[in-house]
Design a protein around this ligand. Structure first.
Ligand SMILES: *Cc1c(COP(=O)(O)O)cnc(C)c1O
Length: 859
């Protein structure tokens, strides 16, 4: 890359101020980079003046404005353009290396990628953040303000989509050949506003004025057929051929978002498909004068990638949703085949050697029959050969045991949209039941009924999870306990049939985003104690553990936390208008709102504390701020009522002078990745309180621990593995275990038993059915109703007493500063296992069998 020299423009004075602005870490990084030949060549990384000139150049020549009149948005766009110079060069190098070596690659298919903002992360990964900051500072611009201009890329609901984003970061960092495939939603997850305590959904038009990170790739457009009917042709020799006559063709336009690996190790692509009508689109109708009809159909096709379904852990079951899934799966497979055939010329002998496809949940499982169809119908391969390829290539990750989240599609929808795929599914099912199941459990119709891809009943359904298991080489859960439950409870017969197919890959999160970029104070401490490679080798953070009782390090660690709390307090004031004291214990529950996550258990405890404070005005407690962030699916009434309850109860408590500011409750609106990055570094307590057996893994639990919060949680998902690493004595574990839950369920759970036998519990549950907090008594009463008459499906009442006791332990420990600091440090320094790099290495070794390649500047 050609880089202009900084020239004589910069004054000596400027140079001095630059030197001052560059941190110690940067100086070290610069020194290290000088040893690195590649970085050395790339002087843009090192020179503030060059960076400054580049930004101004882009401001003028790319954005078309000037320093004098540029808006913040324009400055941000110029900053992105500058970063893109580095990124696209590195991308070209990466793709050149992979193409010339004909590498085996993984293709990560996911209907969701919750990327968040990219600016800070990309600059940090390119190691130019401090350079950019200084350059902008000299131009009189605050980099933080610019970064706030970026709208989150919220193309996902929650944990599943954020996991996919962390995996992209790790794949790029570890330089494994890979592509992420998804949907280019025009609207991501809705923006949440709170009006009079209630959630309002607003559209999220994240790229209304363009997104400077993405590039359109017209050369890789795909066309996907849909609808119509299947014709059976019999050749003179008696052989049968199936010909699909689709009703429509949909155009898939790919948008590429480069994902920068740490220190530019490699740049991987996230390829998102946008639906458009084809040029030939229903031309007949158009010519016959049906201009409006044609426009309507055009709108219908454009609708496919219009909006992300806002259901987290619930199945949408809508025709459009299946269309979305099929559309992006088919585009992605065609793209994979196109790239493969560039060098293999339709010889599929090497296909399974070169291609691994990971299915993130059942959303892309339609890719299985689609690949069968492409190979058999379009490439002319025999069924058996195609099936061998398919079963070598695909693997499937299960993310939930909740029955309402396991996707099933009515057969009639398949008949309408994907008639040929339905035939293929029937064929797969027929062979599976009559060859595999019959061989194992001869004559056992009950087993066949249970394992069949087709669920019989008044409305015949296609079970996508069964299809995934039957066709996948490996099936994994996302935490040890979850994978065990997948084997034992969800797919017991399948795991008897194929024990070797089932495995575990515990989730992880990227320490680049979730520590280095969002918590610079803590990052600096680890730079000093563990060396600056800790974001690549998170295990090395264990170097801090021996200092867990060192008063100086404890002070340093807790000062960092305090500074983060001060910043969050300002944000709370700005967003919620509530004054909170950063000395108070910050107790945080941020995640999607769902009954199984039990935000209402948290709320009951808050009511319990409030009630005690009112009963005894002289009582002094550890001052506490309860912080919530959560979106509810728009049709999930109880979840929305819980949001309303948090808001109105918070309002009452925050304005009750009698409790002397000892208790505050804030609901931060529009929870998303960029808000999580502000909240997590400031948390003292991480609430992870799902009913045991329901949270597959959780990933916010990991983010919190890394940043020195103590987990107050159940033995569920990855909490179990987190406390095994950080010490159960440094966290607050409470409630029933998975086994306890199963036993209580078997015995017959009766919430009234707990309600009747615990006075405190009874009082707070009854409080919900009063007009103490709001005129709209009904909304709060509905929560009580679900806990009693509703049967309390997630056993909130059964865990209440134990939850209160855990809080009491937390409050006591918080009062002992040294003990708390010890626990916070032990948590943060013990999270090596939960780097998404470790997860990716597990996938690579157990499932994908990839090699990584050093990317050199070769072209
Ligand atoms: C990490 C993350 C999640 C997942 O949180 P859980 O508490 O594990 O469910 C959801 N949303 C966002 C924005 C996240 O960053």
């Amino acid at each position: 890359m050609a880089v202009r020299s900084s020239g004589a423009k910069s004054s000596a004075g400027n140079k001095r101020s630059v030197k001052k602005a560059v941190s110690l870490a940067e100086t070290k990084a610069v020194a290290a980079a000088k040893v690195d030949a590649r970085a050395d060549k790339n002087s843009l990384k090192l020179d503030v003046n060059v960076f400054k000139e580049k930004i101004v150049h882009h401001l003028r020549c790319t954005i078309g404005t000037s320093e004098k009149k540029a808006s913040k948005l324009a400055w941000w766009q110029a900053l992105v353009a500058t970063a893109n110079e580095l990124i696209f060069d590195r991308l070209t190098q990466t793709q050149y290396t992979h193409a010339t070596k004909d590498t085996r690659a993984v293709h990560y298919l996911s209907a969701e990628f919750l990327m968040g903002r990219l600016t800070v992360n990309n600059l940090v990964s390119l190691e130019v953040y401090n350079t950019a900051k200084s350059a902008l500072q000299e131009l009189g611009i605050d980099i933080n303000e610019l970064c706030e201009e970026e709208t989150d890329m919220a193309l996902g609901n929650g944990g599943l989509g954020r996991l996919a984003a962390c995996f992209m970061d790790s794949l790029a960092t570890l330089a494994y050949p890979s592509v992420g495939y998804g949907i280019h939603y025009e609207n991501g997850l809705f923006r949440q506003e709170i009006r009079e305590g209630r959630q309002i959904e607003r559209p999220d038009s994240w790229r209304e004025y363009g997104c400077p990170w993405e590039v359109c790739r017209p050369e890789s457009v795909q066309e996907v057929p849909i609808g119509g009917f299947v014709e059976t042709q019999t050749a003179p020799d008696g052989s049968i051929r199936k010909v699909w006559h689709p009703e429509h063709m949909i155009k898939g336009v790919p948008w590429d978002i480069p994902v920068v690996g740490f220190r530019g190790a490699s740049v991987t692509i996230l390829r998102l498909w946008e639906s458009r009508p084809t040029e030939s689109f229903n031309w007949d109708v158009f010519n016959a004068g049906g201009y409006v009809d044609a426009q309507n159909e055009k709108a219908a096709v454009e609708t496919i990638s219009k909006v992300l379904y806002p259901n987290d852990s619930t199945e949408a079951g809508k025709m459009l949703r299946l269309t979305q899934q099929y559309f992006f799966s088919s585009c992605s497979l065609r793209d994979i085949l196109r790239r493969y055939n560039r060098t293999h010329f339709h010889d599929y002998g090497e296909f399974a050697k070169k291609i691994a496809i990971q299915l993130n949940d059942t959303h892309p499982v339609i890719a299985i029959p689609e690949l069968m169809r492409l190979l058999v119908d379009e490439e002319g391969i025999s069924w058996d050969a195609a099936w061998e390829i398919v079963t070598e290539v695909f693997s499937y990750t299960n993310h939930t045991l909740l029955p309402e989240a396991l996707e099933k599609w009515p057969v009639y929808i398949f008949e309408k949209l994907l008639p040929r795929h339905l035939e293929i599914i029937y064929e797969i099912n027929y062979r599976f039941l009559n060859e595999v199941v019959e061989a194992k459990w001869s004559g056992d119709d009950e087993k066949k009924r249970k394992l069949s891809i087709i669920e019989e009943g008044p409305c015949k359904m296609v079970r996508m999870a069964n299809l995934a298991v039957i066709a996948s080489r490996k099936i994994n859960g996302v935490a040890e306990i979850h994978s065990k439950l997948v084997r034992e409870n969800l797919f017991p017969e399948f795991s008897t049939l194929w024990p070797d197919r089932f495995c575990n890959v515990t989730n992880g999160v990227t320490p680049r985003r979730w520590m280095l970029a969002c918590n610079p104070g803590l990052a600096e401490l680890y730079n000093e104690i563990a060396g600056k490679d800790w974001p690549l080798h998170l295990d090395s953070c264990a170097a801090l553990r021996p200092y867990a009782d060192d008063p100086q390090i404890q002070k340093r660690f807790m000062d960092i936390k305090f500074k983060n709390k001060v910043a969050l307090a300002a944000e709370i004031k700005k967003l919620c208008g509530v004054e909170v004291d950063p000395h108070a214990m910050f107790d945080v529950q941020i995640k999607r709102l769902h009954e199984y996550k039990r935000q209402h258990l948290n709320l009951l405890y808050i009511l319990h504390l409030y009630r005690k404070l009112l009963a005894d005005p002289a009582m002094r407690i550890v001052p506490q701020v309860f912080i919530f962030g959560a979106k509810a699916a728009p049709a999930y009434t109880l979840a929305k009522n819980i949001i309303y309850a948090i808001n109105v109860i918070g309002d009452k408590i925050n304005n009750d002078y009698r409790i002397r500011n000892q208790l505050k409750v804030v609901f931060m609106p529009n929870y998303r990745v960029s808000l999580a990055e502000k909240i997590i570094p400031a948390a003292d307590i991480s609430e992870q309180i799902s009913t045991a057996g329901y949270e597959a893994s959780g990933t916010s639990n990991m983010k919190f621990s890394m940043n020195g919060a103590l987990t107050l949680g159940t033995m569920d998902g990855a909490n179990i593995e987190i406390v095994a690493e950080a010490g159960v004595e440094n966290n607050f574990i409470f409630g029933m275990s998975v086994k306890d839950v199963q036993e209580l369920k078997a015995k017959g759970y009766n919430p009234w038993d707990f309600y009747n036998s615990n006075q405190d519990l009874r009082a707070v549950v009854d409080w919900l059915d009063s007009d103490f907090f709001t005129e709209d008594r009904q909304a709060l009463a509905s929560i009580k109703h679900s806990l009693l008459e509703g049967g309390d499906p997630y056993m909130v009442l059964a865990d209440f007493a134990s939850y209160c006791a855990a809080h009491k332990r937390a409050e006591e420990m918080y009062a002992d500063k040294a003990r708390w600091a010890h626990a916070a440090i032990m948590n943060s320094a013990s999270m090596g296992k939960f780097s998404s790099d470790r997860s990716i290495e597990d996938y690579v070794h157990n499932i994908w069998k990839l090699k990584n390649y050093e990317i050199k500047d070769e072209i």
